[in-house]
Design a protein around this ligand. Structure first.
Ligand SMILES: Cc1cc2nc3c(=O)[nH]c(=O)nc-3n(C[C@H](O)[C@H](O)[C@H](O)COP(=O)(O)O)c2cc1C
Length: 169
């Protein structure tokens, strides 16, 4: 059983551009009995409504999306480089078709509230959803960057979540 210590969000020293954009993370949602995980590399961390916050963007086609919608809390797990292959797998296969835990060898762990994350992570953000809204074409300001990312029905849902717990090794 991995030993995590609890940090305050202010104690995180990672550069978020590298952490999210280059290292990638696993968004995991559900219950101990039924959960799913997927790789994310878009999003951010910061402050919203005076709370430490995580910003995630999830397309509705993802199997993980349904788990996220159902539960109030989810986690974002970050790993060292040796887990790159596992993250690439979780970002290219769907939990509808494969058992990601079995295929990657990652070990699920659960917070006291039953929020799933992974033992092998080096940093875990436990998040409580505060706000969710689909991005839409009407709101686009600079189409050249944005529109090429979408085909019509695949606009991301943005979740603004409070970071309620930070687990680190
Ligand atoms: C590096 C990387 C980053 C990704 N970032 C996101 C993201 O931020 N939002 C999203 O909706 N999908 C993202 N994806 C795609 C999902 O991880 C991918 O579609 C995954 O297979 C979904 O799994 P699921 O169907 O089991 O939920 C990313 C994929 C990779 C490889």
């Amino acid at each position: 059983m991995a030993v995590f210590k609890t940090l305050s969000p202010q104690e995180i020293t990672d550069n978020p551009f590298k952490l999210i954009g280059s290292d990638w993370g696993l968004v995991t949602a559900g219950t101990p009995d039924s959960f799913n995980t997927m790789t994310v590399s878009w999003g951010g961390v910061g402050i919203m409504w005076n709370k430490p916050a995580a910003f995630t963007f999830i397309r509705p086609q993802r199997y993980t999306f349904g788990f996220l919608e159902e539960k109030e809390r989810f986690s974002i797990s970050f790993f060292d480089d040796s887990f790159r292959k596992a993250l690439a797998f979780c970002g290219s296969k769907s939990g509808r078709d494969v058992d990601k835990v079995k295929e990657t060898g990652l070990t699920p762990a659960f917070t006291e509230d039953g929020v799933p994350y992974f033992e092998e992570a080096r940093l875990v953000l436990v998040c409580k959803k505060l706000y969710g809204q689909f991005l839409d074409e009407e709101s686009v300001i600079e189409g050249e960057t944005v529109l090429k990312q979408y085909n019509g029905d695949d606009w991301h849902k943005m979740y603004i979540s409070e970071i309620t717990e930070v687990l680190a090794k």
